[in-house]
Design a protein. Sequence first.
Lengths: 326, 323
Amino acid sequence: MSLIKKFTNRLSSKTTIFAFLLLFIAASIIFQEKNFFSFVSIQNILRKASTDGGLLALGMTFVILIGCIDLSVGSVLALSGALAAMVGNINPVLGILVGLLTGLGCGFLNGFMVTKMRISPWVATLATLLGIRGVVFLVTSKKAVKITNDTMIALANTDIFGIKSSVYIFIALTLICMYVAKYTKFGMALYAVGGNEEAAKMMGLKVDRIKLTAYMMTGLFAGIAGILLSSRLYAAQAVAGNLWETDAIAACAIGGIMLSGGVGKFSGTFFGVLIIVILNTAFNYFGNVSSWWQNIIMGVLILISIGVQSEVFQLKKIKLKKEMVA
Amino acid sequence: MFSAFGVMEKRSKADIRESFREHAANIFLVFMLVINLFVTPNFFNAGTIWNIIVQTCTIVLTGMGMAMVISTGGIDISVGSMMAVSSIVTAKSLFLGIIPAITIGLLVCALFGLVTGFMVGKLKCQPMVVTLAMSIGLRGFAQVLNNAKILFLDNKFDNFFMIGRYKIFGVLPIQIVPMVIVVALVYFIIEKTVLGRKIQASGDNPRSARLSGINTVKTIMNVYVFSAVFAGLAGILLTAKIGAADGNSMGNLAELDAIAAVAVGGSSMSGGRARIFGTVVGALIMQLITISVNMNNIPFEFAQILKALIIIFAVYTQRERTA
């Protein structure tokens, strides 16, 4: 019992996990005839989560933890996917490298504008959202870049024990992020900067450098996401990732990452992504008619999830605890 | 003597820099106009100018609400979807008559604005997430209302179209009337009323505002209702101009234009200082970029990169100097 408790404590964001389980069980019961609770569909959900924006949400968590935002992730995903596909057709290793470097570079650009030029994160990343998408259109001349190289295709489509490789990458990266956040200097600095920037500065943390690194991590994750997505689709689309930043922010919000910074765990983001993907899948099962309701339910769900996390309820909890002690 | 002179020189330099920062948006607007005069063919004729007014209307209206919201330290991403909701709701209820339909449209928006304001002000949720959720949800609401189809308005609603197409004295587009009224109203509220002071105080330091007896909850709720109603008005005007209500795409990315207009206009993004005329100038700059790009046949992809660079440049030159 205590072991389980310890385990859930470590994962934290219990409400998110609870919501995820509830949704999963509900979906399994509702779609019994369609075999929702089967290996194939679970694998599909994980696969969707890994390539369709899951990594963007993981990366977004870094900048949200320091109290900033990155709206440009969708465009960065498209750019690194396109460049990786182009170079990767000649040399796959070089292609992957170019994709990752593109992500890092875009992240550096965002971070530089936010930290050194002191432009508000909203405006800076809004500008890169527009600008980088423009670069993508220029590079691809608005056409899809087909991937012909086998290694590039194998990247996200290899079966290992019946599960696609992209799923392993997603889970591994989540675990790495959890480790980084909990046990490294950089991870703790993230929480310190997000919690109280002034205090962090006074403690002698190099706030600007930490912020810059966080933005570069976000860019890097967007780069990985771009490579995986184009690999899974056998092509890099110019419009890939359009408006996905909304989903990424939503996944973080559902996962209990406070958007004012400093609070939240990567495991929360992981389950936030899964919740969104399950909802999407469930709506696909319902058929086309009700798909418009998806947005409404998504909106209401986010509102409920942040309402529950809000200060008012937290205060009540604290009060209850105090009363119990007394 | 010498050192005193040096100090004076330094101070005047800082003053110049400061006053440049104050007026950077205006200078930039004039600069854009001058460049366009030389570069763009047919730029300086009445048609183009009326066009700019008609097209800036949306950005100005949503920007006014956004300026108020940002000055409380919040942000409102739901304005685009709010436009779609008001557009569809008004179009659907047009059979009741024009005035009731517009009232219903604006009331629905005000109601949603109230919900946003309640969650931000009372429940202390982050404005960004709340309005993000609202924007997703309201987009769905607008789609469900008309099964995600475009609602083309009948010609029998001729009078309604006039709201978006009428020309005063045969030349001046009608859009200028709501624009002037709303800008004047917001300027009056922000600069001359107690509410305006409360808004900026809540943005500057919410804690001290609360401690000095300002009802920040009520203030914040007010602001989000204003933002929603202005966005709704923009949606209705646009619907009347096009003659159709589209729940899917109306107001897509309008929030980004509004935020950019506020930022380019020199308001502080962290709240506490709203610059109303600056926002109008910012909106004009955003629209001028679009128009000059279109009229010079610059390809879309270059236009986006250009827009990004101009936004960054404009915001960089007038950013707050922090130690």
